[in-house]
Design a binder for this molecule. Structure first.
Ligand SMILES: Cc1ncc(COP(=O)(O)O)c(C=O)c1O
Length: 366
């Protein structure tokens, strides 16, 4: 029997090669490879315009964007966040010497439950780091009012949300800062890369220093910084991909619509809740297996050469490295969903026939 082609959960989105090579030629001529060159600065401007003239600080990846965003706050104590996220969110808090305090999530869109935030605020709470999981925008209004009432910073992990708008505004324009990931697997990629979008322009300078070892100029080093600079080739990939972003998102949207059409009548699974106020980027397609076994479905799909992902499993508060620190039972909804969720393959080049194949296996098995 002929083996079915392999379908992976994601695939990097590449611009036409010639467009990238044009930049490569220019970079070669200039011999300026990194340290905030022309291409880096052009991408920063392009992204700033794209995000309603927000201040944008490019970084080498989304994780260091998170670490530096937190470092720039100069806080000590506790940060309220959720465990239903990628390792990066929790690690960034811990690696800053701060204590993550986990709030549970909402069942329908997997984002932080604002109704549970106030109960876990203590005198040591300094910030909230919510995650726009899968591109689902958090309840930004409720979070803002809690943060205002208690004098807390808000840093959004917006790694999944690049290109989205909420009530007509760029998704970057909420909280004190939002961080984005431009990893190869994301909707928009710079191979590896990330950005911090700032609402408070005064913070810009310190972030520019922090991403360059804390160096202000040749003789002054006011911060213990890191090396988080985006190089010119990564920025070139970003400029090329930006040209094609609307087309990438449109193709993802069509795939999502097809999944919804084919899966919404299957009683044993639950689909993501979409909100009319959000213009989505269709980064992920999660399903929650409510009846039957998520793990068995995952294995059955893998047997058919379809590689979905248990994303996010385990919750970060269940990680081995935190076994002495946290108890995942304190966030029962996140724990439950982490055991039932699967994200299905989605990327612009995924063919309609592939979606049909994936859906027919799911229908057969559930
Ligand atoms: C929610 C979340 N936060 C942070 C990151 C870190 O981004 P990066 O991989 O660019 O370092 C990711 C990356 O996948 C993510 O999914």
């Amino acid at each position: 029997m002929k083996e079915e082609k392999k379908i992976f959960v994601t695939k990097a989105t590449l611009p036409p090669k010639e467009e990238f090579l044009e930049y490569v030629d220019k970079i070669w001529e200039s011999a300026w490879l990194t340290n905030m060159g022309d291409v880096h600065n052009k991408l920063e401007d392009t992204l700033s315009k794209f995000m309603d003239d927000m201040d944008i600080v490019l970084t080498v990846n989304g994780h260091l964007a998170l670490e530096l965003a937190l470092q720039s706050l100069k806080i000590e104590g506790e940060v309220i966040t959720t465990p239903f996220t990628f390792a990066s969110t929790t690690h960034a808090i811990v690696r800053n010497g701060l204590k993550p305090v986990f709030c549970d999530i909402k069942e329908d869109d997997f984002t932080i439950d604002p109704e549970k935030i106030e109960k876990i605020i203590t005198k040591d709470t300094k910030a909230i780091m919510p995650v726009h999981v899968y591109g689902n925008v958090c309840d930004v209004e409720a979070i803002e009012s809690i943060a205002k009432k208690h004098g807390l910073y808000v840093v959004y992990d917006a790694a999944h949300t690049f290109g989205e708008r909420y009530k007509g505004k760029s998704v970057a324009d909420f909280g004190d800062m939002s961080i984005f990931s431009f990893h190869a697997t994301k909707v928009f990629n710079t191979i590896e890369g990330g950005a911090i979008a700032l609402r408070d322009k005064d913070r810009r300078k310190s972030l520019d220093f922090l991403k360059n070892f804390g160096i202000a100029d040749k003789e002054n080093v006011p911060y213990v910084g890191s090396n988080a600079k985006m190089n010119e080739f990564a920025a070139a990939m970003g400029l090329c991909n930006m040209k094609h972003l609307p087309e990438y998102i449109e193709k993802r949207k069509r795939i999502c619509e097809l999944y919804i059409e084919r899966l919404s009548d299957i009683k044993s699974i639950r689909l993501n809740k979409y909100n009319d106020d959000t213009t989505y980027n269709y980064a992920y397609f999660p399903i929650v297996v409510e009846k039957g076994s998520r793990d068995e479905l995952y294995d059955k799909l893998a047997k058919e050469n379809i590689f979905a992902r248990k994303y996010f499993y385990p919750c970060t508060n269940a990680y081995e490295c935190y076994s002495e620190n946290f108890d995942p039972n304190e966030t029962p909804i996140a724990l439950d969903i982490s055991k039932k969720v699967l994200t299905l393959p989605i990327y612009p080049d995924l063919e309609e026939a592939d979606v049909e194949r994936i859906c027919s296996v799911i229908r057969r098995e559930l």
